[in-house]
Design a protein around this ligand. Structure first.
Ligand code: CP
Ligand code: NVA
Length: 332
């Protein structure tokens, strides 16, 4: 398997075998890290990290992973560069491509990261767009595989806002890996219809399935994984909160949803999560709408079934695998 020189823009661009290869590489890199074995495979190289939206996990994962691979990093924050305001994406791609060996981009439309990749002579990695969050997918798949020992046949129920980057991406990830994906939410929040069709075609080959249901009982029944994400994503206007709280509250991950899932089911969330009042936005929503927990209850978030911090750690190991694979893995 050789992914050297490839971009990492969305999981749809990769075969199931290529995804498995990156997961295996991540597992190997994780083991090496735990044992203190250095993997400075790309000493002397540098990567640019463009963040047009804020981040904790993705930025830290890219920085730590790059350092572990022996590389330097330059972080371009949401306001500190010329990108998009004074300089086009195509020009930015050629400038950064002349100084760095790889470019990470987090921002808005998928078309932006696609254009960056088109014009940059080095690998481009998608650190989240409105449509997709592919590095998160590798972390989620690795976490599920670590927990259950397999991916094939696992049922993942996604509750809440399934029409955005996380719902779309998890549907693709499940279809590619022979898993059963159920979007369990109001029909307005189902994933993109043409993407759903594409995933159903992939599922027919891999033994996966794609279900869209408004019925919480049906969606969560026999689920191995119950997954959710924030109800309002970065870049969306603040005034959608009221509507989201009203429409998505029935799809909150709570004790009832978990009890309906399979015995031994786990809870996952890409994070950050609104599960208590310890955040500024959480406080604001409490004051405005009287809601203390949003997409997941604190009880579920803090329960034994919750594997969200293992999932967060795996962001780093999988992002390291993506960079290593696309920049080249040395022969052992
Ligand atoms: N899950 C995730 O992408 O987190 P950050 O927004 O903190 O990077
Ligand atoms: N849907 C969320 C994911 C954050 C990791 C967002 O785009 O803000």
């Amino acid at each position: 398997m050789d992914l050297k020189g490839r971009d990492f823009l969305k999981l749809l661009d990769f075969t199931s075998e290529e995804i498995t290869y990156m997961l295996d590489l991540a597992a190997d890199l994780k083991e090496k890290k735990k044992k203190g074995i250095l993997t400075e495979w790309h000493k002397g190289k540098n990567v640019a990290l463009i963040f047009e939206k804020t981040s904790t996990r993705t930025r830290c994962a890219f920085e730590v992973a790059a350092h572990d691979l022996g590389m330097g990093t330059t972080y371009l924050d949401p306001s500190g560069s010329q990108i998009g305001k004074k300089e086009s994406i195509a020009d930015t791609a050629r400038v950064l491509g002349s100084m760095f060996e790889g470019i990470e981009y987090r921002g808005f439309g998928q078309d932006i990261v696609d254009e960056l990749a088109q014009f940059a002579p080095v690998p481009v990695w998608n650190g989240l767009t409105n449509e997709f969050h592919p590095t998160q997918m590798l972390a989620d798949l690795l976490t599920i595989r670590e927990h259950f020992g397999k991916l094939e046949g696992i049922k993942l129920a996604y509750m809440g806002d399934a029409r955005y980057n996380m719902g779309n991406s998890l549907m693709v990830a499940c279809a590619k890996m022979g898993m059963h994906f159920a979007a369990c939410t109001s029909a307005k929040y189902f994933p993109d219809p043409s993407l759903t069709e594409e995933c159903r075609r992939i599922a027919a080959r891999t033994g996966a399935s794609v279900t869209l249901t408004e019925d919480v009982g049906e969606g969560t029944k026999d689920a191995d994984v119950i997954y959710t994400d924030v109800w309002v994503s970065m870049g969306e206007p603040e005034d959608v909160w009221a509507e989201r709280i009203r429409e998505l509250s029935p799809y909150q991950v709570n004790g009832t949803a978990m009890a309906n899932a399979k015995e031994g089911a786990v809870f996952m969330h890409c994070l950050p999560a609104f599960h208590d009042l310890k955040t500024k936005i959480g406080q604001e929503m409490w004051e405005k709408f009287g809601i203390a927990e949003m997409e997941v209850t604190d009880e579920v978030f803090e329960s034994e079934a919750s594997i969200v911090f293992q999932e967060a750690e795996n962001r780093m190991h999988t992002i390291k695998a993506v960079m290593a694979a696309t920049l080249g893995v040395p022969e052992e």
